[in-house]
Design a protein around this ligand. Structure first.
Ligand SMILES: [Zn+2]
Length: 324
């Protein structure tokens, strides 16, 4: 211990103004201000000296087809270009520029993988929108159109053969990520979320453990409304940590959602800001132990701007904290 201020490892932040052009209208919680709030907070705070801003590339159709149906991609693009205001459900608001924004958001994860595998930065945070973890193979859901996390994991697996542990701490179950890798034994999906009986999208029961060859490579930890830091700490110690050790991943992908904060009315969970710092510390320790420090993080939910920005900063500070 030096007794000085905390020191942080370098952190690449992938983001692009095109993600802000996804206009969901005046009354929609998934707003451009979310990303702006996070970036303002990061650049003004203790991590500012270690941030490296990187612009993403666009995801190519071949990258998206690993996760999505071609017909769905055409339907989504057509909806945007034709002036539609939503796709399938009014939750999924869009505008002319939304398809481009979604390609960039999905491409950010690919750029993140390239940064990690090119030894440019082992820690990457993609501050992008629209979010992705609810998007299914042929269906948008819950503000999500393309499954950014699943597209990145499929790319990582295909091009680098990594054994990937996906950890999703958004307040809601990432049904789309689970669906994408349900039968995949080399990509583990673990989510801590508000119990599906009480919460959108109504999936993510503890009984769901994967299918066929993927059986055992899914771990859902549903929590009751009002659950907080102690409940999450218990889940990390007794369930998620042991699952990481048993799976022995060599890469981590984090679906980072901050809507479990008590101030965020999108869930009944009662997390505090410090809990997100604890999550960052856990992921960093797992990654150091198993995965050469490789961690790719993608922004998912979080709709209370102050809690979102503070939570993201706390998580990333925990993740990047210099050990020792
Ligand atoms: Zn959420």
């Amino acid at each position: 211990m030096t007794g000085g201020p905390p020191r942080f490892r370098p952190l690449a932040v992938v983001n692009d103004a095109r993600c802000l052009a996804h206009d969901t209208g005046p009354d929609h919680p998934e707003a451009p201000a979310r990303v702006a709030a996070i970036l303002d907070r990061l650049t003004a705070g203790p991590l500012s000296g270690v941030l490296r801003r990187v612009r993403p590339r666009r995801a190519g159709v071949e990258d998206l087809l690993a996760v999505h149906d071609e017909g769905y991609l055409l339907r989504f693009e057509e909806a945007c270009l034709s002036g539609a205001s939503y796709l399938d459900h009014t939750d999924n608001r869009l505008c002319y520029d939304s398809y481009e924004a979604a390609l960039v958001a999905a491409g950010a994860g690919l750029t993140g993988v390239d940064l990690i595998e090119g030894n440019v930065s082992p820690l990457v945070f993609c501050a992008v929108r629209p979010p992705g973890h609810h998007a299914e193979r042929a269906m948008p859901l819950g503000f999500c159109f393309l499954n950014n996390a699943a597209v990145a994991a499929a790319y990582w697996r295909r091009h680098h053969g990594r054994r990937i542990f996906i950890f999703d701490f958004d307040a809601h179950h990432g049904n789309g990520i689970q669906e994408a890798f349900d039968e995949e034994p080399d990509v583990f999906y673990s989510s801590i979320h508000e119990h599906p009986t009480y919460s959108f999208p109504g999936t993510g029961y503890a009984e769901d453990r994967g299918t066929g060859p993927g059986r055992g490579a899914t771990l859902n930890v549903p929590l009751p409304p009002g659950a907080g830091a102690a409940d999450v700490a218990r889940a990390l110690e007794s369930q998620v940590g042991p699952a990481v050790a048993a799976f022995r991943p060599d890469a981590f992908l984090v679906a980072a959602g901050f809507d479990g904060h008590a101030a965020d009315d999108m869930s009944g969970l009662a997390y505090d800001t410090g809990l997100f710092g604890t999550l960052g510390l856990h992921v960093a320790a797992w990654a150091a132990r198993w995965a050469g420090g490789r961690v790719l993080c993608l922004l998912e939910g979080g709709y209370h701007l102050e809690a979102l920005a503070a939570g993201a900063e706390a998580f990333l500070a925990g993740l990047a904290l210099e050990a020792g």
